[in-house]
Ligand binder design. Structure first.
Ligand code: A3P
Length: 296
């Protein structure tokens, strides 16, 4: 890949109270002043929770019929701008979103709830949040940081797991992220909170729930077609959704569409790591009513 040679891994920095890399902070003023429109849909996730999956589902729901050429000519990261991103060789997320005339605009963010630009709340935008159990999320993030040549050096698995527990991964602690949006939902009703595990268990059911939240009356046959199109194997072999066109990732290290499973953590955690993780998790989540499944 052309750009891989010129890209170097970023350093982890502390920014606005969380761990970050400069690729997500450089444009900060423009990000914070971003003007959301009332019909924008914000796809919010902690990294590796199923962002691309739900982005593609939303894109098909809104544009699958009306703009079929979009599906074959534009990679998903161009259709769904990553708001805070400023990567070399790709327009910034803010510029992409500002120049977008489609309705609705689908916009992706990994920012924790307290850093989401305030115009999204002021405009009462719909927010689709996807959460994934911490163990699989950590494993997926680890492999992603190995192959994402802009990410801080992940080190070995046990070092990485410790960093994850300490909240020293990019975008800060998983715990605060998932709990932050969960709490926001209590006062801001326009959030649809989804779980990766539910999507793996029954994609059709989750699609139906999503349509109901969005107020979309998508015929069953169309929903069924979407369900098939967003299957892991279809997305893995689709160059518009598998990130093979992005110059920042080294697929020789690990593919973007890696396994798409619930429970892959069992292939990574040692018995001791698992026991220590469970103990730590209990403490971190003791005040939350959120419940995750680590197997289905
Ligand atoms: P794994 O690394 O466990 O395979 P994000 O889009 O937030 O970066 O999340 C990427 C993770 O979601 C990866 O997890 C990827 O394989 C998984 N994923 C993406 N599309 C999927 C699909 N259609 N079905 C199941 N998992 C999917």
């Amino acid at each position: 890949m052309l750009f891989l040679k010129t890209i170097s891994r970023a350093e982890l920095i502390e920014f606005e109270g969380i761990s970050m890399v400069h690729f997500f902070t450089e444009n900060w003023e423009k990000i914070q002043n971003f003007q959301a429109r009332p019909d924008d849909i914000l796809i919010a996730t902690y990294p590796k929770a199923g962002t691309t999956w739900v982005s593609y589902i939303l894109d098909l729901l809104y544009f699958g019929n009306t703009a079929p050429e979009r599906q074959t000519s534009q990679p998903i990261y161009m259709r769904v701008p990553f708001l805070e991103a400023t990567f070399p060789g790709i327009p910034s997320g803010v510029d992409l979103a500002d120049n977008m005339s489609t309705k609705p605009r689908l916009i992706k963010t990994h920012l924790p709830v307290q850093l989401v630009p305030k115009s999204f709340w002021e405009q009462n935008c719909r927010v689709v949040y996807v959460a994934r159990n911490a163990k699989d999320n950590a494993v997926s993030f680890y492999h992603f940081d190995r192959m994402n040549m802009t990410a801080p050096e992940p080190g070995d698995w046990s070092t990485y797991l410790q960093r994850f527990k300490n909240g020293k991964t990019v975008f800060g602690p998983w715990y605060d992220h998932v709990c932050g949006f969960w709490e926001k939902k209590q006062t801001y009703s326009n959030i649809h909170y989804m779980f990766f595990e539910d999507m793996v268990e029954d994609t059709g059911r989750e699609l139906e729930r999503l349509c109901s939240f969005l107020g979309l009356f998508t015929p069953i046959e169309e929903r069924e077609q979407i369900r098939k199109g967003v299957h892991f194997d279809s997305m893995k072999h689709n160059s518009m959704t598998n990130y093979s066109t992005i110059p920042l990732m080294d697929f020789k290290v690990s593919p973007f569409m890696r396994k798409g499973k619930v429970g892959d953590w069992k292939n990574h955690f040692t018995v001791t790591q698992n026991e220590q993780f469970d103990e730590h998790y209990k403490q971190k989540m003791k005040n939350s009513t959120l419940h995750f499944r680590t197997e289905i």
